[in-house]
Design a binder for this molecule. Structure first.
Ligand code: A2P
Length: 347
């Protein structure tokens, strides 16, 4: 058997550590793993695959020893600098950052949706944005069957998507609230407002919703909204598809929830649409309002790789449309698991 070597870049981060966890679960035929992070973490010990690994500093010569694959989860600037170096040395990079996603030469892959794109790589494969991945898993089978005319996205995104500092801002807000005991005064006007240092967000995330993810663009949209629009078009191979989006950070630790309104060219029968979704790869339907209310929940999706779909109901305001509530673990399916699944397909 060939000796397969995999580099994990950003192995100490939120996504990188989940990549290690998913690799432990999947037990892929990989013979050697090397863990990289910044100079700050060099020498750090990480327990992985029942062994102790020493984290190495990522440098321009890191890929000289010859790697088959690399998973990058260390931010856009690290990817921009080091992914081309890795690729030039024969390594196939699966990149979690947004650096190469819209490059026409770089496939943007969700294995349940467009696995055929993997073979078109020139050394770099991009992992889509977390909110896009879960959306397209649900939308692809519907597009194939009824041809999507328009999509309206509204997201409710967890703080884990903002990295370690995002999680810290929510934790600090909770700690502060408990210390203040604001609720016992029933003074809602003061909840969440007491001052504590924010490390990631512009405003407190605890007891709040922030309609602002990534930077603002000239047209008033945020970059996260633009990513959802452009990446959906690229993955579904529908460059002219009408899409709009509002992306919101909510005080949830993990798993993104999305309200998706879809309009179709063709008519559909509800039973047929639900069957189409339930038989599509990677989807679990959770939808009942008759006996007991059942719908996808962020706390239940966390720790899983499937995309959970519920609240499926006809949009009665248009000729052919449906509303969906789509929930998935943004760190697993939205980043780490999707990247490992791409490597699994190549193996
Ligand atoms: P480090 O822990 O050494 O800073 P998160 O998104 O959770 O903050 O994680 C970011 C990940 O990217 C971490 O593993 C971090 O390593 C890594 N990283 C950041 N900058 C670099 C860099 N210049 N070279 C390699 N890894 C980096």
């Amino acid at each position: 058997m060939k000796n397969v070597r995999l580099a994990i870049v950003g192995a100490t981060g939120l996504v990188g550590r989940t990549v290690l966890k998913v690799l432990e679960e999947k037990k892929l035929p990989i013979s050697e793993y090397v863990l990289f992070a910044s100079a700050k973490s060099a020498g750090k010990k990480v327990h992985f695959m029942e062994k102790e690994y020493t984290v190495q500093e990522l440098t321009e010569t890191s890929f000289d020893s010859g790697f088959d694959f690399a998973i990058f989860s260390a931010g856009g600037s690290t990817s921009k600098k080091y992914a081309p170096i890795a690729a030039s040395k024969g390594c196939i990079v699966v990149d979690n950052s947004s650096a190469f996603r819209m490059d026409p030469e770089v496939p943007l892959v969700v294995p349940e949706v467009n696995p055929e794109e993997i073979q078109n790589n020139h050394g770099i494969i991009a992992n889509p944005n977390c909110s896009t991945i879960q959306a397209v898993v649900a939308l692809k089978p519907l597009d194939d069957k009824y041809k999507i005319k328009r999509i309206v996205y509204a997201t409710y995104q967890a703080v884990s998507g903002a990295g370690r500092n995002g999680v810290m801002d929510l934790e600090n807000g909770i700690k502060n609230y408990i210390t203040d005991k604001a609720y016992s005064n029933i003074d809602f006007s003061s909840i969440g407002k007491s001052s504590y240092e924010l490390t990631k967000f512009n405003y407190p995330i605890f007891s709040n919703c922030l309609p602002h993810i990534d930077v603002f663009l000239e047209n008033g949209y945020t970059k996260e909204e633009e990513k959802m629009i452009n990446e959906t078009r690229k993955i579904l191979k529908r460059p002219d598809l009408k899409i709009t989006a509002t992306t919101v950070r909510v005080p949830v630790f993990n798993s993104h929830s999305e309200a998706i309104n879809v309009e179709f060219e063709k008519d559909f029968e509800m039973e047929d649409l639900v069957k189409t979704l339930s038989t599509a790869p990677g989807i679990i339907i959770e939808d009942n309002f008759v006996e007991k209310p059942i719908y996808p929940l962020a706390i239940n999706a966390s720790g899983h790789d499937e995309v959970f779909v519920g609240r499926i109901r006809r949009d009665e305001s248009v000729a052919s449309g449906v509303n969906l509530w789509v929930v998935a673990d943004n760190i697993r399916k939205g980043a780490a698991s999707n990247a490992v699944q791409i490597i699994e397909k190549m193996l």
